[in-house]
Design a protein around this ligand. Structure first.
Ligand code: UD1
Ligand code: CA
Length: 450
């Protein structure tokens, strides 16, 4: 395979987002749009990835450096069109001899297969490949002009197109691939003599044809190349992502009674035979193993749920929650940075933060791990088969031994040894007959006042 490089265009201003955040850093499926493009480039074997940004986009530049390392962005200043944007990357790729793919930073949902098809055209002898799609409403998209032999003869921007060309539904997604040196050679001949006064990347298709070279288009679904320019389109892209992910998981053997109410992140991992009830949200970093059940109205993020465990309804799993095999986390239980052992139970109304719960332990309703003193966090360790009575406050750092029992309503500030009973509450006082005498006395006082 020839070496591959990607140039990701992200120097547009994105004004329609009305945001202080650079457009391409807005998220779809819990991941920045730009990172989707970077990931696509990586997945399709690009050894070099360069992002074209505008001057003054400090936040974006920092993001690129964080994700791809030093030297991974080039600045296009001022932005004079898509062709000009690609040219901004020429210097950075001057020693690169392989194939180049141009991607956009605001087009997050392109499947890897589409890019593979595109590179496939190059392998099969095309000099330039363009990713196209049949648009329902072609509107402002560039139109792909194909010859009788199926070759791609040119791309006409909507503003320059004739009536006849405007009727074409096959549109340009913006993704284009070819030999890097060849693309830069063609770009040096592109002018800005057009309706927008911009240097169009799309012009290189016509120039390649004039030079007797072969251009071909491959196609994908319109929803795969949805570009985001506004919050409305961001929400549309999110909806497309969610729909695709739900369908894929259903195909993989996950049960969802109301899939349209379940929301996933780009990295959510759900095994087969997991049941997900309605209204569940998966933030990033969640893995659910086979046979587990996520009950209605639960929210999970950065959590692992092991085989056969049950979570919810109305549970909240925060980063570092690890719910063991066949364990049970019930309603209004919050778990953070805590591993819950095999078969352990916290069935109702509890906060388990920064701790471990041993296998088979039972955490009563209203139990709180008091993990924070206003400055630092401390751990609560509970041994196997321990029993924590309802409404107990476990003041960390604290260890409860295996099989120990904590009496209900206790405030536990000291370690409890294995097999012990710990009580940390006022001792109950009982006065036999006191209530009867009290009631009689009060009745007498009342009647003497009448
Ligand atoms: C472009 C294509 C059009 C295609 C459409 C698909 C051209 C001339 N037109 O049109 O055929 O149907 O995309 O969405 O290529 N950008 C820069 N620097 C610039 C200009 C743009 O980095 O100077 C980046 C933008 O940030 C964006 C991408 O390039 O990610 C596309 O730019 P945009 O202005 O949206 O192109 P369109 O006019 O929509
Ligand atoms: Ca656009």
């Amino acid at each position: 395979m020839k070496d591959r490089a990607a140039l990701i265009l992200a120097a547009g201003q994105g004004t329609r987002m009305k945001s202080d955040l650079p457009k391409v850093l807005h998220q779809v499926g819990g991941r920045a749009m730009l990172d989707w493009s970077i990931d696509l480039a990586r997945q399709s074997g690009c050894s070099r990835i360069i992002v074209v940004v505008s001057a003054g986009s400090q936040g974006l530049q920092d993001h690129v450096t964080k994700v791809l390392g030093e030297g991974a962005f080039v600045i296009q200043d001022p932005p004079l069109g898509t062709g000009h944007a690609v040219q901004a990357g020429e210097q950075a790729l001057k020693d690169f001899e392989g194939d180049l793919i141009v991607l956009y930073g605001d087009c997050p949902l392109i499947p890897e297969t589409a890019v593979n098809d595109l590179f496939g055209e190059l392998v099969n002898g095309a000099d330039l490949g363009v990713l196209g799609f049949e648009a329902e409403e072609p509107g402002a998209y560039g139109r792909l002009i194909q010859g009788a032999d199926g070759r791609l003869e040119g791309i006409v921007e909507a503003k320059e197109a004739s009536e006849e060309q405007l009727a074409i539904k096959l549109c340009n997604s913006g993704v284009m691939a070819g030999a890097s040196k060849f693309m830069f050679d063609l770009l040096s001949k592109v002018t800005n003599d057009n309706a927008k006064g911009e240097y169009y990347l799309t012009d290189i298709v016509g120039l390649a044809n004039e030079a007797g070279r072969i251009c071909r288009a491959v196609t994908c679904a319109e929803e795969d190349v949805l570009g985001v320019n506004s919050r409305v389109e961001l929400a549309e892209a999110e909806a497309v992502f969610q729909k695709k992910r739900r369908d894929a998981l259903l195909q993989d053997g996950v049960t969802m009674t109301a899939p349209q109410t379940v929301f996933f992140s780009h990295d959510t991992k759900i095994a087969n035979d997991v049941v997900i009830e309605p209204n569940v949200v998966f933030g990033t970093g969640v893995e659910v193993e086979t046979g587990a059940r996520i009950r209605a109205f639960s929210h999970l993020e950065g959590a692992t749920v092991r085989t056969g465990a049950e979570v919810g309804p109305y549970a909240r799993l925060r980063p570092g929650a690890e719910i063991g095999e066949k364990a049970r986390i019930g309603n209004f239980v919050e778990v953070k940075n805590t591993s819950v052992g095999k078969g352990a139970k916290a069935n109702h109304l509890a906060y388990l933060g920064d701790g471990t719960v041993g296998a088979g332990a039972n955490i009563g309703a209203g139990t709180i791990f008091c993990n924070y003193d206003g400055f630092l966090k401390y751990r609560t360790e509970i041994g196997a088969d321990a029993f924590i009575g309802s409404n107990s406050a476990l003041v960390a750092p604290v260890t409860i031994g295996a099989r120990a029992i904590v009496g209900s309503g206790s405030v536990i500030t000291e370690n409890v040894s294995d097999d012990a009973l710990a009580l940390g509450r006022g001792k109950q006082v009982q006065k036999p007959g006191w209530s009867k005498g009290f009631r009689e006395q009060k009745q007498r006082e009342k009647s003497s006042k009448r």
